[in-house]
Design a binder for this molecule. Structure first.
Ligand code: TXA
Ligand code: MG
Length: 345
């Protein structure tokens, strides 16, 4: 069966990205073709439950170099290796400590990446020279089917250009990457909307390097111990750079109550201003673009990157928004917003 063909012109970013992506609905034939492309050393974007990933054969050096080039990512930033089954972790990690085993049992397949000491099958190209590797077994049926069909480990950073917001729809991937990707598997919108929780279990005391949908509270409950949090970030984690996950518009964080007053202040200075907020409803206010965020952290995580992209599409210069309270998933949302608002390189 031949999948449905769709083409998307790379619009706004045409100066940086050329060509069009080939996008196929992720049916069985498309997944077989995607696996064949990976075997040939090509690049395939695919949905996971968090965000779309840009995949390459983790054991093919040429493919790994092409992956870094397509993303515009510095060579010393490690990528996550995706596996079909938790049982494969022993092939790619030198050891799986008790804490890691508990987390695997509790959260895989799912939106969690474990950093473990790497085995001999993982190259420096994947880890940027680190002796550890990030491993993840995604729960999305398309990701799982692709991993099964391919059979080996798929290295996959988020399918966006380096430093920008991740993609949760196939058309966003096409806009971001154009013909830098050989095939985009369209599996609809990702569920979670922000990237996986990364937990370093390679050292004595497990630490959350990047908060996500598997929350610090859930991790602590499984480990029956408090877990160190993102403050102990390794500088090698791109998500830990001050500015990351950033749209083209500048992002300003203010208290929820001050959203509109700050937006009006900025608007008077001739900038095109967008407000992303849970309380902003009704008509555009003096030309201010009002982007309503859903109530509840799950809804906000799911729509966050789409709303930031929308502000860019509308040509906004600045986005004014507020961080949620930093519990559960709110911590991950606040983390991404702070990085989007961080100083630009
Ligand atoms: O949800 C996700 O994690 C998505 C989907 C596609 O799986 N992937 C993703 O990949 O967000 P990426 O490359 O955009 O972010 C992965 C993060 C980076 O910050 C990277 O530095 C970190 O994982 N990472 C990978 N291996 C690591 C390691 N050995 N030690 C510390 N951090 C590591
Ligand atoms: Mg990323």
């Amino acid at each position: 069966m031949v999948g449905c063909w769709k083409r998307f012109l790379s619009s706004r970013h045409s100066s940086e990205v050329s060509g069009v992506s080939r996008v196929l609905e992720a049916d069985a034939a498309a997944i077989r073709e995607a696996a064949a492309i990976l075997r040939r050393g090509g690049l395939v974007a695919f949905p996971t439950e968090t965000v779309y990933g840009l995949g390459a054969d983790a054991e093919n050096e040429t493919a790994m170099r092409a992956l870094f080039a397509a993303k515009g990512r510095p060579a010393d930033h490690p990528v996550i290796v995706h596996l079909a089954e938790a049982a494969q972790v022993d092939d790619f990690a030198a050891e799986v400590p008790a804490a890691a085993q508990k987390l695997v049992a509790a959260f895989w397949p799912g939106p969690m990446t474990l950093v473990l000491r790497r085995s001999g099958r993982i190259s420096d190209l994947v880890t940027g020279g680190l002796q550890t590797v990030g491993l993840r077994v995604p729960g999305h049926p398309v990701a799982h089917a692709l991993l099964k069909e391919f059979g080996g480990p798929i290295a996959a950073p988020s399918a966006n250009r380096f430093g920008r917001v991740s993609c949760m729809r196939a058309e966003h991937v096409a806009e971001e990457l154009g013909d830098r990707v050989d095939l985009v598997l369209d599996g609809g919108e990702c569920d979670v909307g922000i990237e996986s929780t990364i937990i370093d279990v390679s050292c004595e005391r497990p630490a959350i390097l990047r908060p996500g949908a598997v929350t610090a509270e859930e991790v602590a409950a499984v480990l029956k111990a408090p877990v160190a949090s993102a403050s102990s970030f390794s500088p090698r984690v791109p998500g830990s750079l001050a500015s990351h996950y950033a749209p083209e518009a500048r992002v300003e964080l203010v208290a929820e109550a001050d959203l509109l007053s700050r937006a009006r202040q900025l608007q008077s200075g001739e900038e095109k201003v967008a407000v992303i907020g849970r309380v902003v409803t009704g008509e555009a206010d003096r030309g201010i673009v009002l982007l309503a965020a859903p109530e509840g952290d799950e809804g906000l995580a799911h729509s966050l990157y789409g709303l930031l992209r929308r502000a860019d599409e509308l040509g906004c210069d600045v986005v004014v928004t507020a961080t949620p309270s930093e519990q559960g998933l709110g911590l991950a949302i606040a983390d991404r917003l702070r990085r989007a608002a961080g100083p630009r390189r």
